[in-house]
Design a protein around this ligand. Structure first.
Ligand SMILES: Cc1cc2nc3c(=O)[nH]c(=O)nc-3n(C[C@H](O)[C@H](O)[C@H](O)COP(=O)(O)O)c2cc1C
Length: 215
């Protein structure tokens, strides 16, 4: 970590999708702090279906680049976090989720209901629904990591430009895994990306119902 931490507002204001990285390794404690911010994210029923593969080895980064439409920043970044969801995570993790919850004061009535509802809800999903559910959960965790990295003075680049089958194969992911996105982390090399700009709030935000402006 270089210098003092930025505030969250500063990190949000300054963040750009980094076009090029200098490749300097990230100290392991910094990386763990970034990862922990992701693991602290909220998830549906607290099922935490995310799984992350951290790629730092230069040869492995090169292979990941080849599975990511040859995007140079995949190879240049200090670390690339491959953010995945496990379609079957809930089957293995339900009991542990309930145990942790009870430890933190989860009421017995809530635990009993969750033990019924979670398997009923998630086992009814089509493949497409499960993918959508995983995309939601994993993206919140990845966003936590991206912003924590920015607060700590790192530069980041979220990426969806990769080939699902190739990434699964090169990382030897289990069949139940779905790759949601990549998050490259490191330090900017050269000029930063242009500011893309954002639509006016009136274009994307409504008040009370569609089409009404927010008061
Ligand atoms: C989910 C997601 C996937 C993205 N995938 C890529 C990508 O594969 N390659 C890339 O160069 N930029 C990628 N981007 C970066 C976007 O182009 C960028 O966020 C957008 O242009 C706004 O610029 P800014 O992030 O600098 O504000 C991705 C961004 C998001 C949020």
């Amino acid at each position: 970590m270089k210098g003092t931490m930025k505030t969250l507002s500063e990190a949000i204001r300054d963040r750009r999708s980094t076009p090029s990285f200098d490749g300097e390794p990230i100290p392991p404690n910094d990386l763990r702090m970034i990862l922990q911010a992701g693991l602290d994210a909220p998830s549906g029923y607290n099922m935490q279906p995310w799984r992350f593969v951290v790629v730092q080895d230069p040869e492995q980064r090169k292979r990941l680049r080849a599975a990511s439409y040859n995007q140079a920043k995949v190879e240049e970044a200090s670390a690339v976090i491959v953010a995945c969801g496990d379609r079957d995570g809930w089957r293995k993790d339900l009991d542990e989720m309930l145990r942790l919850g009870r430890e933190g004061g989860m009421p017995e009535s809530y635990a009993a209901q969750a033990a019924q509802t979670v398997p009923g809800y998630l086992s009814s999903f089509s493949d497409e629904q499960m993918t959508g559910w995983l995309n939601k959960q994993v993206t919140i965790a990845t966003t936590h990591m991206m912003l924590m990295a920015e607060v700590m003075g790192y530069d980041t680049a979220p990426m969806e430009g990769f080939e699902q089958d190739k990434v699964c194969e090169m990382l030897r992911l289990p069949m139940s895994y779905w790759v949601v996105s990549l998050l490259a982390i490191g330090h900017l090399k050269g000029p930063d990306k242009f500011e893309g700009g954002r639509f006016e709030m009136a274009h994307t935000v409504f008040g009370e119902e569609y089409g009404k402006s927010l008061k």
